[in-house]
Ligand binder design. Structure first.
Ligand code: NAP
Length: 437
């Protein structure tokens, strides 16, 4: 049998400790599958005394992950620390430069330094595997990088943040407000104490930037993503969406258009009957549309110790199965040096349907004025509905418009016009509608 593959794990938190436990519990099965043993030969974390729920005494302890990254004791450096700079970046770069394979779950790191790190890995002839960095346990990287060779991707979109999907699912199912739902999610451990990163779309954007590169062969452009979070989604939106046959999801969407590539993260209405609308709670999903395959949807657990460990271990097993001297496939599906510059499509040229919810004074002429603003901007309406508001706001009405395909620029101009007309009593709400099968 080939020599054991020696793994150094940096970071022994939720994911790192799970990886160590599964490698121990599934050792015999992994040896059968890979044709060699996989052993944890080194570990690094901040606190050497903390109980990790797994005996790591046989592994050499390193206070400094950068030292471990170049240590003679390891063949693979597994980075599970997190963060786009600091010890995670320094250690991954060091490991690649020292000719060690790297496995990471760190989307923030890849969103910022992925292309530069891929160049080092490809120059050194080692693997940089990152299945767990996008949608946790869902094998989307492998699917896009290996199983879809020859396909040209036209659009990739997904539910990439479990916290947001959990909140939106409960808001719809239980009729509770965003704030109440977020508090509950924090109490149950589904949301961080500072939830901004998740709910404002940054986490989704990091993952989307990696998918975009794989889909279109472009350099990662995480700073060029249009982003809106879910914190201003109200019960009124969720109810109106339901009445119209839609469900609201926070989607990350990357799409090829005539003017470039759109990368956008925002609350989105998807038809209630579509498959992605059935993805509830903390579950993630990624839809990939290509010329040959059509539309593929993968869904499953996007986070959590074991689910994420499953992807990390799949990456380690691939390294265990690879043979010395074998040329590895490029990190982002095409050689890093050949990734094309990202050509950004302007958001105002985005074409699609729109949901617009307006709260207006209940007076004569308002409805006609709204319809005129729409017509002036060549926006054709699929439906326009008005509801009286009862109670204290009795002098107000809700007007809900659903447009046929139009452009972002036209919708923004029309809504600005309506706002200037002075008929609104509250901020207008605009939610994009996404085609989904
Ligand atoms: N949690 C998930 O469900 C999930 C899902 C997908 C991807 N990921 C990604 O996986 C990575 C790890 O996430 P996690 O949830 O496991 O994080 P975590 O629970 O906070 O664990 C982080 C670990 O890094 C260690 N660490 C921090 N600074 C260090 C340093 N300077 N040197 C050595 N070790 C250091 C910590 O040590 P101590 O324990 O001693 O403090 C801890 O063990 C992140 O990139 C995250 O984005 C996580």
């Amino acid at each position: 049998m080939a020599e054991a593959l020696r793994v150094g794990i940096a970071g022994l938190g939720t994911v790192g400790a799970s990886v160590a436990r599964v490698l121990r519990d599934k050792a015999a099965e992994l040896t059968r599958q890979c044709g060699r043993d996989i052993v944890v030969s080194a570990v690094s974390a901040r606190d050497p005394k903390r109980d990790r729920g797994v005996d790591l005494n046989a592994a050499k302890w390193f206070d400094d992950p950068v030292k471990m990254a170049q240590a003679a004791e390891i063949d693979v450096f597994v980075e599970l620390i997190g963060g786009d700079e600091g010890p995670a970046f320094a250690a991954v770069k060091t490991a690649l430069e020292a000719g060690r394979h790297v496995v990471t779950a760190n989307k923030a790191l890849l969103a910022k330094h992925g292309v530069a790190l891929a160049e080092i890995a490809e120059k050194k002839g080692v693997l940089l595997n990152y299945e767990a960095a996008v949608a946790g346990g869902i094998p989307v990287i492998k699917t896009m990088r290996e199983a879809m060779a020859g396909n040209s991707v036209t659009r990739v979109f997904g539910i990439l943040n479990g916290t947001c999907n959990y909140i939106l699912t409960r808001m719809e199912a239980e009729g509770i407000s965003f704030d109440a739902c977020l508090k509950d999610a924090q109490r149950l451990g589904y949301a961080e104490a500072d939830p901004t990163f998740d709910i404002e779309g940054h986490d989704t954007a990091h993952k989307l930037s990696i998918l975009t590169s794989l889909a279109f062969g472009t350099k990662i452009a995480a700073n060029d993503i249009y982003m809106e979070g879910i914190s201003n989604i109200t019960q009124a939106d969720i109810r109106a969406a339901g009445d119209l046959g839609y469900r609201i999801k926070l989607l990350g969407v990357a799409q090829r258009t005539d003017s470039g590539i759109e990368q956008r993260v925002h609350p989105t209405m998807v038809p209630t009957a579509s498959v992605i609308a059935q993805v509830h709670g903390v579950i993630n999903a990624v839809a990939i549309e290509t010329d040959i395959l059509g539309e593929l949807l993968l869904s499953g657990p996007g986070a959590g110790g074991n689910a994420t460990a499953s992807a990390v271990i799949g990456d380690i097993a691939d390294i265990a199965k690879s043979r010395p001297g074998f040329q590895h496939g490029p990190v982002f599906g095409r050689p890093a040096r050949e990734l094309k510059p990202y050509k950004k499509a302007q958001m105002r040229s985005h074409a699609g349907g729109y949901f617009i919810r307006l709260t207006v004074h209940d007076r004569i002429g308002v409805f006609a004025a709204i319809a005129k603003r729409m017509a002036d901007n060549d926006i054709s309406l699929e439906s326009i509905v008005q509801h009286a508001i009862s109670g204290e706001a009795a002098a107000q009405k809700t007007v809900i418009l659903v447009t046929h395909e139009t452009t972002e620029a036209a919708v923004r101009k029309a809504v600005d016009g309506i706002t200037k007309d002075g008929h609104l009593t509250d901020k207008p709400q605009v939610i994009r509608i996404e085609r989904a099968g």
